[in-house]
Write a protein that binds this ligand. Structure first.
Ligand code: NAD
Length: 421
């Protein structure tokens, strides 16, 4: 039995990662580093929502805008019962580094509402979303801050936000959010771009080790927007998905899962059931320790910790989720020779496709899916090569190399703009 993992907050993880990267950036002015440690603005709103039973409930929502030196704030909105400002701060900071690593003209932000979306009716969800959008509308906009989907939010939620914001402005403003339905100015290829991007970066990592994606064994934690697309694109590339899970646990079959059957079962039952899928049920903790080539954590933060890192049996970890690995676990994996492609590179496909959506909205000119997939792959492979080059030159992990690239670019931009006044 593992001992109970020591809880380390996402904010502590983000700060420790930044401290490690900063050690390798001796030329960056410490005052600039101090500035970019802090969020520029933190918005907390408490707002009432009429519930179906006639009562009024007050919800708390957040929007942390970490940095907009290189372009408007950008980042997802999540609905989760445990959300707090500390976690949102870390997620907002990671968005800043991510946009900079892949060199798109955005800063970083994150937000959401503390709630259990599964306990809300569709009408309550819409009321809550619209009122939240109204409350944060002075702080968002196509040239200010552009939200997108994250955990438990989706294109429909983005459509409600776009509508609420547009009504307030008295004109249609599609560019206020990305990840919208295609019918409302969403981009082709945006919905599964994060998962597609994870597989593109995983393929680059495998190439680096002269391994072929065809026939490799893949484990995916999380079967949401990111995890289910990761599984699908790995399978399309010839890999075998041997296990997949959601918050309730997962399903494992060493010969390879019937993915269609698994996803239908999950959709119908809201979980993976052994009787309906050939395989055995498995806990999330056991899933992380399966023998495989590639492990993709694609659920939430703090999953690979000092407690389970010694027992991982994969060759490569590709982070679909944001912040799934703690710094202690990073060190253990590195010592054990497990290669890790960090979140701010591996899951950047989502923000890259969001950038494409935003550009298309501003230009009112739409691209084909082929154009989008081609540009996405080019940006991700170029970014991967840039990070590998730093990692080899500086003899640091891929995470530290990616942070050095991202933080370095933001610091240079701050230096060039100067400190006002
Ligand atoms: P989602 O809500 O669609 O899916 C989350 C999945 O994780 C669900 O299957 C859920 O059951 C599972 N899950 C939740 N808690 C879990 C736990 N404790 N253990 C195991 N599984 C758990 O969310 P998503 O959009 O797929 O996001 C997943 C991760 O990817 C998050 O870290 C998010 O920040 C990150 N991410 C998302 C995007 C995007 O475009 N949606 C982009 C970049 C990064």
């Amino acid at each position: 039995m593992d001992s109970e993992p020591r809880r380390i907050s996402a904010a502590e993880v983000a700060m420790e990662q930044m401290r490690i990267a900063a050690e390798h950036l001796p030329d960056v002015n410490p005052g600039i580093l101090e500035k970019i440690k802090h969020a520029r603005r933190e918005v907390i709103v408490n707002f009432p929502v009429k519930m179906d039973n006639g009562t009024v409930r007050v919800f708390t929502g957040y929007r942390v805008q970490h940095n907009d030196t290189r372009g408007p704030f950008k980042g997802g909105l999540r609905y989760h019962p445990d959300m707090g400002v500390d976690e949102v701060r870390a997620l907002a900071m990671w968005m800043t580094w991510k946009s900079a690593v892949v060199n798109i003209p955005f800063g970083g932000a994150k937000g959401g509402v503390q709630c259990d979306p599964k306990a809300l009716s569709r009408r309550e969800l819409e009321n809550m979303t619209r009122r939240f959008a109204w409350e944060i509308s002075p702080f968002i906009g196509p040239d200010l801050d552009i939200p997108a989907p994250d955990v438990a939010t989706n294109p429909q939620v983005m459509a409600w936000i776009m509508d609420t914001y547009s009504i307030q402005k008295g004109r249609v403003v599609p560019g206020v959010v990305t990840g919208k339905p295609v019918e409302l100015g969403g981009s082709l290829g945006r919905f599964d771009a994060t998962g597609r991007g994870v597989v593109i970066t995983a393929a680059e990592a495998l190439k680096y080790f002269r391994m072929n994606i065809d026939g490799i064994r893949v484990v995916v934690q999380g079967a949401g927007n990111v995890g289910s697309a990761v599984a699908r694109y790995f399978r399309l590339a010839g890999a075998r998905i041997i296990a997949i899970s959601d918050v309730n646990g997962g399903i494992y079959n060493d010969k390879g899962l019937d993915l269609e059957q698994a996803m239908v079962c999950k959709k119908n039952q809201n979980c993976f059931l052994k009787q309906e899928i050939e395989g055995e049920t498995i806990t999330n903790e056991d899933l992380l320790r399966l023998n495989c080539d590639v492990l993709v954590p694609a659920a939430i933060e703090n999953q690979i910790t000092y407690a389970n890192a010694p027992r991982l049996r994969c060759k490569v970890v590709v982070e679909g989720a944001n912040g799934p690995t703690t710094p202690e676990a990073d060190r253990i994996l590195a010592d054990r020779g497990i290669y890790l492609v960090p979140d701010i590179l591996a899951n950047a496909g989502g923000v890259i496709a969001s950038y494409f959506e935003w550009v298309q909205n501003l230009q009112e000119l739409f691209w084909t899916e082929d154009e989008i997939v081609d540009r996405l792959a080019r940006i991700l492979t170029r970014s991967f090569q840039e990070v590998v080059a730093i990692s080899e030159r500086e003899k640091v992990s891929m995470r530290t190399a990616a942070l050095m690239l991202g933080i370095g670019r933001v610091a240079t931009a701050v230096e060039l703009r100067g400190i006002f006044p």
